[in-house]
Every structure is written in C-alpha cells, then in structure tokens.
Design a protein around this ligand. Structure first.
Ligand SMILES: [Cu+2]
Length: 169
C-alpha cells in the first residue's frame, strides 16, 4: 500500500511540471506588471524572440538538461525562422531550475525582479520551472532570424552563467 502511494506521488510530478509550462496566465503579482498594462496580453505582443507555439505544429523536439553546475546542455541550439519546436527539458540537478526564453534585456529585467521577489510565483508560455528530477516541455515558434537567449532566472543562477543561445537562421 505504502509503495503504491509513493509511485502515484512520483508519477504526478511530470504532469504538474507540464501543466505549469503550458499555463497561459500572467504573473500572480500586479507589482510585476507595468502600470496600466494588462499582463495577460503581454505574451501575445510581437517579440523578436518569437511566440508561444501551437503544439500541433511542432516539427522537431530538442532535448536539454539543466544541472547544478548552472549549465544548460546544450547551451547553443540552431533553429530556423518559422520553425515551431518543442524544447524538452530535464532538471538533472538537486535544486529547482527554470528555462525562460527571451531577449537578453527581457531576461535581465525579469531576473532583477526575481531578486526582489524570490518567492514570486510565475508561469508564462515562454518559461518552465522544474524541480529536481522533473522534466517538461515548452513549445515555441521562432519568428525571425537572429539571436534569442534563454536563462534560468532563479536568483543567482543567471549570474552564475546559467544562460544559453538559440541561433535562428
Ligand atoms: Cu537554475
């Protein structure tokens, strides 16, 4: 009986991770937003980084790992403009990590807010937070050629080098 329960508890974890990754809502705290700007519309605004992808249009799955040496593996990924990919990420570390896609300026601004509010709960289509051993996916469409960045915005991680690049050609 005890064994059955623990298996159930473990199998629920990836489902939770996937749920948070696909969550379309904004941040929980209004302090995070800009005055007079509805956060729920922000993720739909055109961004050079691309936009949330349609899971039905995924043409490729790219697997990544995150670990406690503050690295993504791989940390450089080549994609094509117009391509919708599924980034399938596994946290192989013993502490939580996350992957957030954006321009380096967006990521730095977001990291600064995370420093002020380390307990801030956030879930947006451009990010996924994974606990130790968890895995989950993020579907993203790359809209224009250029360099798109990603980082782990848990306080201290980006500063320790937990960043990566998506080269869109
Ligand atoms: Cu991290």
């Amino acid at each position: 009986m005890r064994k059955t329960l623990s298996i159930l508890a473990l199998s629920a974890l990836p489902a939770l991770a996937l749920a948070s990754g696909s969550h379309s809502g904004g941040h929980d705290t209004p302090a995070h937003g800009m005055p007079g700007h509805d956060m729920s519309t922000m993720s739909n605004a055109p961004s050079p980084a691309g936009q949330p992808g349609d899971p039905a249009k995924v043409t490729r799955t790219i697997e990544l790992t995150m670990d406690d040496t503050m690295r993504f593996t791989p940390d450089e990924i080549n994609v094509k403009a117009g391509e919708t990919v599924r980034l399938f990420i596994k946290n192989v570390g013993k502490i939580p990590h996350e992957m957030v896609i954006g321009s380096i300026d967006e990521l730095k601004a977001h990291a600064a807010e995370m420093q002020k509010m380390p307990d801030m709960k956030h879930a947006e289509p451009n990010m996924i937070t994974l606990g130790p051993g968890q895995r989950g996916g993020l579907v993203w469409k790359f809209t224009q050629a250029g360099m798109v960045d990603f980082a782990c915005l848990i306080p201290g991680h980006m500063e320790a080098g937990m960043v990566g690049k998506l080269k869109v050609s």
